[in-house]
Design a protein around this ligand. Structure first.
Ligand code: F6P
Length: 360
């Protein structure tokens, strides 16, 4: 009797915790005497002749603490199904058929897709085309609906906090305004959580359009009060009231790259307050390095539950973290509905209660 065989691929931007998912999948599958195939570079590995390798306990040993993904990933290629906010593209039928031929040839009875909004949109298309898909939500941005948290987020926030701790010492010593631009795309979760935990004085998020005048007024007031340095966290997707987001690169394939708002804010602060201001763009440091404890645990739980969903034939579902439990929800409910920071949430109110200014 041939062993049941399942596949796994990681797609979209990498993030800490992906290897914990892979390890969790392999261990849970091994207990069921299933074989696991890891596809290389996301969905691209599904294209004939196929780029894949067998994953077993030995090849996935000691990977949990490693950042990135041992399988490689891409947010470009033949399977891109997201070309901007809310804009979907359809994966070409001939590409779907090529992937199908490989999945059938390899006798894959369940395919675990670990990805964010874009990759899960592709996963849903493949599920609708008849592939035995199970999803695992991943993104440092924490902006997916239908799960209270994605793994990778906590690790990204930890690097923001570390950066703020470091920037604070220069800010205080030189009496400067220190601006830290963080990732998160069109959601302000990384900025909000990182800023709160890192002692930021100002947090600018996409969900709360800000006013430069209010920002300048706040910084001047701090000066009068003898607080001569100010820590400002700017989400890459933040924008002033009536203004636009700043992009580093507009892309025709996949999502355009945000970036540069930190510098714009810093220039405006100097112009309006006369304060010496410096910008630091944290960039991909937020996506690298070892996952935090929480991300290792969440990743492991997600991987184990993904195998469970296959065992229960719950295809078209993705794992989801809700009320301390990991369970399955339809992928269709999770994609194309980004989860945003709610301006009147308790989290924002808590930040305001500890004197954090949102520039509104
Ligand atoms: O979605 C994760 C993310 O890190 C975003 O926060 C960021 O805007 C984007 O990916 C960067 O993408 P890339 O690695 O393609 O530059």
């Amino acid at each position: 009797m041939q062993k049941k065989r399942i596949g796994i691929l990681t797609s979209g931007g990498d993030c800490p915790g992906l290897n914990a998912v892979i390890r969790g999948v392999v261990k849970a599958a091994d207990k069921l005497h299933w074989e696991v195939i890891g596809f290389i570079d996301g969905f691209e590995g599904l294209l004939p002749p196929g780029d894949y390798r067998i994953l077993d306990r030995a090849s996935t040993s000691h990977i949990m603490s490693m950042g990135g993904t041992i399988l490689g990933t891409t947010n470009k290629g033949h399977f891109v199904s997201k070309v901007g906010v809310g804009e979907k593209a359809v994966v070409a039928p001939e590409i779907v058929e090529k992937a199908r031929s490989l999945v059938e040839k390899l006798r894959i009875e369940g395919l675990i897709v670990v990805g964010g909004d874009g990759s899960l949109t592709t996963a849903q298309q493949l599920f609708e085309a008849g592939f035995p898909i199970v999803g695992v939500p991943k993104t440092i941005d924490n902006d997916l609906e239908a799960t209270a948290m994605t793994f990778g987020f906590d690790s990204a926030v930890a690097s923001v906090v570390d950066a703020l701790d470091r920037l604070q010492t220069t800010g205080t010593s030189h009496k400067r305004v220190m601006v830290l631009e963080v990732m998160g795309r069109h959601a302000g979760w990384i900025a909000l959580y990182g800023g709160l935990a890192g002692g930021a004085n100002v947090i600018l998020v996409p969900e709360i359009p800000f006013h430069y005048d209010k920002l300048a007024e706040f910084i001047k007031h701090r000066d009068y009060a003898g607080k001569l340095s100010t820590l400002v966290v700017v989400a890459e997707g933040a924008k002033p009231e009536g203004g636009q987001e700043v992009y580093q690169e507009q892309s025709k394939v996949g999502e355009s790259r945000l970036g540069g708002m930190g510098d714009v804010v810093a220039r405006e602060i100097t112009a309006r307050t006369g304060k010496e201001t410096r910008t630091c763009v944290l960039g991909h440091l937020q996506r690298g390095g070892a996952p935090t404890t929480l991300d290792r645990i969440l990743g492991t739980r997600f991987g184990v539950m993904a195998v469970q969903l296959i065992e229960d034939n719950k295809f078209g579902q993705m794992v989801s973290y809700q009320n301390y439990l990991v369970l399955g929800v339809p992928i269709a409910d999770a994609v194309n509905r980004l989860r945003h920071v709610t301006p009147d949430s308790q989290m924002v109110a808590t930040a305001r209660a500890v004197d954090i200014c949102f520039g509104d």
